[in-house]
Design a protein around this ligand. Structure first.
Ligand SMILES: C[S@@+](CC[C@H](N)C(=O)[O-])C[C@H]1O[C@@H](n2cnc3c(N)ncnc32)[C@H](O)[C@@H]1O
Length: 315
């Protein structure tokens, strides 16, 4: 079974790791995972680029060709370069050893040139060959040039909108599949709806503030996405549970957005009516959740600034 590697950004590392693992398991529940600091190795039926395309915090990814005991490579390792015109070598050093990276990349390039007709090209090569060093094991891998993923356009923004990467990660953490439907009952500018639709997941949004509802509507129109949205209180979601598989939302903080009541009252009311047997990821101001002693399967703390830490709760 193919093995893939994912080097993650170190910020919010636990969340980033869980996101990649959740995506792999969503596509293939028998995926096997090995975590070495910010490197995740996944054995799965799914191609690395499919997992990487959905993930928010992946820096570099590709397919593992084999583990390495030394730096010795032979012709059989360069089958992948057979039809390539250009390549580049990259060292990913996650070990505590110091290497002269440019020198090592050059000598690998020279070595590979002996086995292949492909020429070195630094920018946008057909194939990137990776040597990954960790304190435990070393890996030899590659990635092919893939199309840049198309980001949804957001023409209308607002100060309280949620960062798209965290929103996307929340959708991924609950393992929603293409064709399923997510509901965001506090949709604001529509970030959840846009991210979901861009991954082939249908979306339903609600916002009680007409201004925010109109912003979300415009953002959806701009991308020709067909999410259903309603200008209403979040409790409308209770009337249509059969229409969605999961809830992903970011509750009001009382900072820039209008709120129907105090943020802690909304959170309390919302938590008390959450439907059972749905996949749920919610974000709220940490201290509000702590006061209510909210529990779930997993919590992540996201530090924003000294007076705002947010919690992502997976239920
Ligand atoms: C933190 S913002 C959501 C931001 C959103 N994730 C985004 O990226 O734009 C919370 C939203 O909840 C809405 N809201 C407040 N009270 C509500 C209620 N009772 N029912 C539905 N929406 C409400 C506000 O209008 C605001 O747009």
């Amino acid at each position: 079974m193919p093995e893939s590697f994912f080097v993650l950004f170190k910020e919010n590392l636990e969340l980033a790791t869980d996101e990649v693992v959740a995506i792999a398991k969503m596509y293939d529940r028998f995926s096997k995972v090995k975590i070495i600091s910010n490197l995740v190795i996944i054995q799965s039926k799914t191609n690395w680029s499919e997992i990487s395309n959905r993930a928010s915090f992946v820096k570099i990814s590709g397919q593992i060709l084999r583990k390495m005991s030394g730096l010795f490579l032979d012709e059989s390792n360069f089958e992948i370069l057979k039809n390539a015109k250009t390549f580049v070598c990259r060292i990913i050093n996650l070990s505590s050893n110091q290497f002269n990276v440019p020198e090592l990349e050059n000598s690998m390039g020279d070595m590979i040139s002996k086995f292949s007709h492909a020429k070195v090209k630094m920018e946008n090569p057909d194939i990137t060959v990776y040597l990954i060093f960790t304190n435990k094991e070393n890996f030899f891998g590659f990635s092919k040039m893939t199309k840049q993923r198309v980001r949804p356009k957001k023409t209308k923004t607002y100060p309280n909108e949620l960062d798209w990467k965290l929103t996307r990660a929340m959708i991924n953490l609950i393992g929603l599949k293409p064709g399923e439907t997510v509901c965001d009952p506090f949709c604001g500018t529509g970030t959840t709806l846009l991210e979901a639709e861009s991954m082939g997941i249908h979306a339903i949004g609600m916002d009680f503030d007409e201004k925010m509802f109109n912003i979300a509507k415009e953002n959806l129109k701009e991308n020709k996405f067909k999410s259903e949205i309603f200008n209403t209180d979040f409790k409308e979601m209770l009337k249509i549970p059969e229409k969605y598989d999961g809830i992903v939302t970011d509750l009001p903080y009382g900072l820039n957005s209008k709120t129907s009541e105090k943020p802690e009252e909304i959170l309390k009311r919302f938590i008390s009516v959450l439907p059972k047997r749905k996949k749920i990821a919610i974000m709220y101001k940490k201290e509000l959740g702590d006061n209510l002693k909210l529990k779930g399967l997993k919590k992540y703390q996201i530090y924003r600034h000294k007076s705002l830490t947010r919690t992502i709760l997976i239920k």
